[in-house]
Design a protein around this ligand. Structure first.
Ligand SMILES: O=c1nc[nH]c2c1ncn2[C@H]1C[C@H](O)[C@@H](COP(=O)(O)OP(=O)(O)OP(=O)(O)O)O1
Ligand SMILES: [Mg+2]
Length: 220
C-alpha cells in the first residue's frame, strides 16, 4: 500500500473526535472524520454492550467508506444505580437531550444516594470493510459530584470527580484528561501497539475493486 494509511474516526461526537485526534497526533496515520464524506446513514446503537456498539459503528463506517475505521463506544456506570446509565448513557434523557440535560437528570437521580462511586468505560473498535476488528478497552473510576463544575470536555465531565487530581474531568485540560481517562487509556494501548495495528490493517484491507460500496449498503 502506498503512503500513510487513512483511518476514519467513526463518531458524530465532537468532544470524542478532538480527544482521539489529539491522542493520535504524533502517529503516521491520516485521520479523517465522518464529516469529511458525504451523508452516511446513522448506525442504530442497539447492542447490549459497549463492545457490540463499538464494533457496529466501526465496521459499518469501514464497509460504507471502504477504509479502516476506529469507533468509540463509551458511557458512565454508576454503582448506586446498578451500573446505569452504562451503555444507554447517550440516550439517558431521551434521544434529543443535551449534555447538560443528561447531567441534570443524573444528579437528580443521585440526590439521595450516599454511594457516589462511578466509572467511565470505553471500548475502541478498529475495523476493516471485510469484517474483522481489533478491540481495546479501559475504564476510569471516580465519583458523581453534587453539582456540575468546570467548562472543559463534554458529556458528563462536569459531574465526574476524579479523586487523584481533586478535580472534575471538566476542570482538566484535554491533555490532562487524556492522560487518565477511559478513552486515553484505551488509546494508549492503541499507541503502544501502533505498528502491529498498521500491519494488521494492511493485511486485512481488501483490494479496492472488491469493496466498492453498493447502494444497498447505504440503506442498512
Ligand atoms: O469522556 C467522557 N466524558 C464525558 N462523557 C462521556 C465521556 N465518554 C463518554 N461519555 C458519555 C457521552 C455520551 O452521553 C455517552 C457515550 O455514548 P456513545 O454512543 O459512545 O457516543 P455518542 O453517541 O456521543 O457519539 P458516537 O456514538 O457518534 O461516537 O457517554
Ligand atoms: Mg452514540
Amino acid at each position: 500500500m502506498e503512503g500513510p494509511l487513512i483511518l476514519v474516526i467513526a463518531t458524530r461526537n465532537k468532544g470524542k473526535t478532538l480527544e482521539i485526534r489529539s491522542l493520535l497526533k504524533d502517529f503516521p496515520v491520516e485521520i479523517r472524520n465522518l464529516d469529511d464524506f458525504g451523508p452516511i446513514p446513522e448506525v442504530v446503537e442497539d447492542g447490549e454492550t459497549f463492545d457490540d456498539n463499538a464494533y457496529k459503528k466501526a465496521s459499518f463506517a469501514a464497509r460504507v467508506l471502504g477504509m479502516p475505521a476506529l469507533a468509540d463506544d463509551s458511557g458512565l456506570s454508576v454503582e448506586a444505580l446498578d451500573g446505569r446509565p452504562g451503555v444507554y448513557s447517550a440516550r439517558y434523557a431521551g434521544e434529543n437531550a443535551t449534555d447538560r440535560e443528561r447531567s441534570t437528570k443524573l444528579l437528580a437521580e443521585m440526590a439521595d444516594k450516599k454511594n457516589r462511586k462511578a466509572a467511565f468505560e470505553c471500548v475502541i473498535s478498529i475495523a476493516v470493510p471485510t469484517g474483522p476488528a481489533l478491540t481495546y478497552e479501559a475504564r476510569c473510576e471516580g465519583e458523581i459530584t453534587d453539582a456540575p463544575a468546570g467548562e472543559n470536555g463534554f458529556g458528563y465531565d462536569p459531574i465526574f470527580f476524579y479523586p487523584p487530581l481533586n478535580k472534575t474531568f471538566a476542570q482538566l485540560t484535554r491533555e490532562e484528561k487524556n492522560r487518565v481517562s477511559h478513552r486515553g487509556k484505551a488509546l494508549a494501548e492503541v499507541r503502544d501497539e501502533f505498528d502491529k495495528i498498521m500491519q494488521w490493517l494492511e493485511i486485512h484491507m481488501p483490494e479496492p475493486e472488491k469493496f466498492a460500496c453498493k447502494d444497498d449498503d447505504l440503506k442498512a
